[in-house]
Design a protein around this ligand. Structure first.
Ligand code: 5GP
Ligand code: ZN
Length: 130
């Protein structure tokens, strides 16, 4: 009744997120050092930490990048920042500061195509980035 076209489209979306390492972390299918989770977000330590504190904050929902997320749900970013602020307090980053990074696309150096925010702290961060 729904025609043959629907099935491949649906399974195509599923295949995208099935291959996504951050979707798997959010689902608990591969291990990560979780520091925060709620129904919408997960935060965990970066596997290749670049600072004494290096966390990744992700929505459980798969968005390829910040532009896609903003298009679908502009208010998401406000909720992300609430998680970042909470982590900054918990990790004692408020006094000395930290860096919040959202690499986007090829020139941004994004390697994992699931929206994520790096929270880097515990040392001085140079500028400009490489
Ligand atoms: P991007 O370069 O896309 O901004 O950052 C991706 C980050 O994800 C990198 O810092 C990388 O170390 C981290 N990463 C990639 N795969 C995994 C993983 O399986 N587990 C964890 N904890 N971090 C990962
Ligand atoms: Zn994903």
């Amino acid at each position: 009744m729904f025609g043959g076209g629907l099935r491949p489209a649906v399974s195509g979306v599923k295949a995208l997120t099935d291959d996504c390492v951050f979707c798997k972390i959010a689902a608990g299918e591969i291990p990560a050092k979780l520091v925060y989770q709620d129904p919408e977000f997960v935060a965990f330590s970066d596997i290749n930490a670049q600072a004494p504190v290096h966390l990744l904050v992700i929505p459980r929902k798969h968005y390829p990048d910040i532009l896609a997320a903003h298009k679908a749900d502009a208010a998401l970013l406000e909720r992300v920042f609430a998680v970042v602020a909470r982590l900054a307090a918990e990790k004692n980053l408020e006094a000395d500061g930290f860096r919040l990074v959202c690499n986007t696309g090829r020139n941004g150096g994004q390697t994992v195509k699931h929206l994520h925010f790096h929270v880097l702290g515990g040392r001085f961060m140079g500028w400009p980035p490489g």
